[in-house]
Design a protein around this ligand. Structure first.
Ligand code: TXA
Ligand code: MG
Length: 309
């Protein structure tokens, strides 16, 4: 079943059922060594899936769940290789969405322990932020018995912050709406990032460079639409254009989004990339947002979307 969360739509299956989970990999076309996030109804469910939870992870769960944050913790026996891709850790998240929580609670009432759900897109493609986008992505691969729950457009629009909690201090694997600063403040600890902020003087912008770790959507080429994406350039006639509202659209350029804030930028980004594909555009120019909040997550996804060339 595909279902909405506050970040993006997920494609869910019983996280304790290897056969059900196998279907996720088939429908997504995803390599089986890519681990899945287990969604749970509340932080009480952590103990089922984790064998060791550091104090700082409990603090994070208390402060930011339900919410756009995934914690990677040492796994329990319940978390099979078919969930973790054979790693000894498991990703857990309590989503902040009424439909997702109702689904998780109902599932727990029937004895379920959690729902494994990756974003409901084909491997490497743009994550869906509406039910229509899920059907567009996966319609050909789902059967009549499969269900898509429609909860409207997702509020956050980019995937959860992923924090590795298997070490002494938190390590941020994927930036999201829960910012580095929020993690540091909540835990009172130094944090490690698996990506770096680098000031690009030619562009006059701070950009994100991922470290060479093969984890967490950190593969280049992820989140990519069919159109080629270029960053921080003057858009030309016939190209799509995504930028903050105060940046004007040159004549002949097709404006795909004009967000007023970074939060709005995150919310509309994937729909804007999809709209470019729907209009048959070959090229889209995006001007990256400034700031260290959710803007960092937007720059991370834009960088990946633009590295498809
Ligand atoms: O916002 C989200 O996180 C959405 C919604 C549906 O919850 N889900 C999502 O799932 O983005 P997915 O599978 O598209 O991305 C999850 C990422 C993957 O790149 C995977 O490698 C990483 O989380 N991940 C999961 N378990 C992990 C683990 N044990 N260690 C390292 N990375 C892990
Ligand atoms: Mg994904």
């Amino acid at each position: 079943m595909a279902f909405p969360t506050e970040t993006v739509y997920g494609l869910g299956a019983d996280a304790a059922n290897a056969q059900a989970v196998a279907k996720i990999y088939t429908v997504k076309g995803r390599p089986t060594d890519h681990p899945l996030i287990v969604h749970i109804a509340s932080m009480q469910g952590m103990g089922e899936w984790a064998s060791d939870i550091p104090e700082y992870a409990i603090k994070l769960a208390r402060d930011f769940w339900p919410g756009p944050m995934t914690l990677i913790v040492k796994r329990s026996e319940l978390a099979g290789d078919f969930i973790t891709g054979g790693q000894d850790s498991v990703g857990l998240r309590v989503p902040n969405h009424a439909i997702a929580l109702a689904l998780l609670q109902a599932f727990e009432k029937t004895g379920g322990k959690g729902i494994a759900a990756p974003s409901a897109n084909r491997f490497g493609q743009v994550s869906p932020t509406t039910a229509a986008a899920v059907i567009e992505e996966l319609g050909d691969y789902l059967s009549a018995k499969d269900i898509v729950l429609d909860g409207g457009a997702c509020d956050v629009g980019v995937e959860s912050t992923i924090i590795d909690c298997t070490g002494d201090i938190p390590r941020i694997l994927r930036p999201g709406a829960i910012s580095d600063e929020m993690v540091a403040e909540c835990t009172g600890l130094e944090i490690i990032r698996t990506y770096r902020f680098v000031y690009d003087s030619a562009a006059g912008l701070t950009i994100i460079k991922p470290d060479q770790l093969r984890v967490s959507g950190s593969l280049e080429n992820h989140y990519a639409p069919k159109a080629k994406v270029f960053l921080d350039q003057q858009p030309k006639t016939g190209q799509g254009f995504i930028a903050m509202a105060d940046i004007e659209t040159p004549v002949g350029v097709i404006r795909l989004a004009s967000p007023l804030t970074n939060d709005e930028y995150a919310r509309v980004l994937y729909q804007a990339l999809r709209a470019g594909d729907e209009q048959g555009l070959d090229e889209i120019v995006a001007i990256q947002p400034l700031g260290e909040d959710i803007a960092a997550a937007i720059r991370d996804r834009l960088k990946k979307a633009s590295s498809k060339q």
